[in-house]
Design a protein around this ligand. Structure first.
Ligand code: 3AL
Ligand code: ZN
Ligand code: ZN
Length: 479
């Protein structure tokens, strides 16, 4: 018995009337053998129970789609596994239809800022993964001017680098100022980023002088106190970052280097600047997160720190503008920025927004939450799939093997029912280590029926495979 899968067979067909392929949504049978998609054949009705002795799983009208790839997750292990960890994090991912994720270099201790520390991560992840997991390396002042350390970190397989332009909330992951990033980019864009073809991811927010201190007299239980402490926190950081990235355009001095802006919340000035940069050919990409598309400051109650994150969730008007940007194909991908903490660090009793941990717990819910928030805005299944699978696979450079359903690629699949709703109540199993989440109590559309990682049914209808058989996703070294 193969305990990696709830369906211990290597070779099988999936049938569904809604298979999401790069060529559109078709009624088809998908043949899977030895972890790979072998063929996708259009057919209107399910074949019989077997084809030449090979079993057929008939999923009827459920959607068969590439598994989600969440390129922005904090699993916090080693060092802070009491916050989340590889086991609970990847179980939640599997339950939510996420077949690969990329772990952030911070909130774990130590942070992932060198080859040795990445190896420590890899050792710590071994035999705990229910889905496939890659790793971003950290760019911090200490290594930003050390090309040898960065080269080794990428050579060991970090999928790219990530840095913060504001305090990260974690003392051992210090911020890189615009100045640091400028120097780093001048020195390393070609020999490090372009050499490996890997992106620099940036948390693009800047603290505004005087703003924080002007908040001290305000009521910390009001969401507005948090929101107004970071009013235009993204714009100035993005302006500086785009200035640094100007030579990434074709023919530019830094051609081949890529910059990615994580978790955009500001739908005004920041979007205009990024649009302009893209139009000028700069090699920049951008993500937003489900919580910015699902929630707005208008509906956050006093003291409800489950919603505290940075950049902050902004107004309802801003949320609508983010959806317009989704509809205009402005975003390259969506992510969770799952950044949980022990519940007491969210200060649920005091409800103090200024002192509570900033980070939202969401990994298990991003598929139904994105879909539910998107329905009134005309979100299509194909767009959802592109934003949650193709886009992140391209960012992480794993699109040759993942991120779409095509013959030859990994059979990473989520089977789900967009029309079926469920309530996240006390009867619903949350696999995150800590159950505090702003999605609690919500009714969401989009029940996950099965999650398949490289041909293995790792999750089906509330149950996980008994053995974690996820792989680490290491970038190929250039040598
Ligand atoms: N350290 C950390 O995970 N910070 C994350 N949390 C959040 O809300 N935004 C972040 O960048
Ligand atoms: Zn961030
Ligand atoms: Zn993050």
């Amino acid at each position: 018995l193969d305990r990696c899968s709830l369906l211990p067979i290597d070779h099988f067909f999936l049938f569904s009337k809604r298979v999401i392929t790069p060529a559109g949504i078709i009624s088809a049978s998908v043949e899977i053998d030895n972890g790979k998609v072998v063929s996708i054949l259009e057919r209107q009705e399910a074949p019989s129970k077997e084809i030449n002795g090979v079993p057929v799983m008939d999923y009827g009208n459920a959607v068969v789609m590439p598994g989600l790839i969440d390129a922005h997750v904090h699993l916090n292990e080693p060092g802070r596994e009491e916050w989340e960890g590889f086991v609970t994090g990847t179980m939640a991912a599997a339950a939510g239809g996420v077949t690969s994720l990329v772990d952030m270099p911070l909130n774990s201790f130590p942070t992932t800022t060198s080859s040795e520390l990445l190896k420590l991560k890899l050792a710590s992840a071994a035999e705990k993964l229910m889905v496939d997991v890659g790793f971003w390396g950290g760019l911090v002042p200490e290594n930003a001017a050390n090309l040898t350390i960065l080269d080794e970190l990428l050579d060991t397989g970090a999928l790219g680098l990530k840095s913060f332009m504001c305090p990260s909330g974690i003392n051992d992951f210090p911020m890189t100022t615009g100045q640091h990033i400028q120097v780093f980019f001048q020195e390393a864009a070609l020999p490090v980023l372009a050499k490996y073809g890997r992106p620099l991811l940036v948390h693009a927010e800047k603290e505004q002088p005087g703003v924080k201190s002007s908040q001290v007299d305000k009521d910390p239980r009001l969401y507005s106190t948090h929101l107004e402490s970071r009013p235009n926190s993204e714009q100035e950081a993005i302006r500086e970052l785009l200035d640094v990235a100007k030579d990434t355009a074709p023919g530019g001095k830094a051609e081949g280097a890529r910059v990615h802006i994580v978790h955009l919340s500001d739908a005004d000035e920041s979007i205009q600047m990024i649009k302009k940069a893209k139009a000028q050919g700069l090699n920049v990409s951008v993500e937003t997160c489900t919580h910015y598309l699902a929630f707005s400051s208008d509906n956050i109650g006093d003291g409800d720190t489950r919603y505290k994150c940075a950049p902050p969730i902004r107004s309802e008007l801003n949320r609508k503008k983010l959806w317009s940007a989704v509809n205009d194909d402005f975003f390259d991908l969506l992510s969770s920025d799952h950044s949980p903490s022990p519940s007491d660090m969210k200060l649920p009793e005091e409800g103090d927004f200024m002192r509570a941990w900033g980070g939202i717990s969401s990994l298990q819910f991003v598929l139904p939450a994105t879909w539910t928030a998107g329905i009134p805005h005309g979100l299509t299944l194909e767009k959802l799939s592109n934003l949650w699978s193709r886009g992140p696979a391209k960012l992480a450079n794993i699109y040759s093997s993942k991120g779409s359903l095509e013959p030859g690629k990994d059979a990473d699949i989520v089977v789900w029912d967009p029309e079926s709703s469920f309530v996240i109540d006390e009867n619903y199993t949350i696999f995150h280590k800590h159950k505090l989440t702003p999605y609690a109590g919500q009714t969401l559309y989009g029940r996950v029926i099965a999650t398949i990682v490289r041909g293995q049914h790792v999750y089906q209808e509330g149950h996980h495979a008994t053995q974690p058989c996820g792989k680490v996703l290491l970038a190929k070294s250039t040598s």
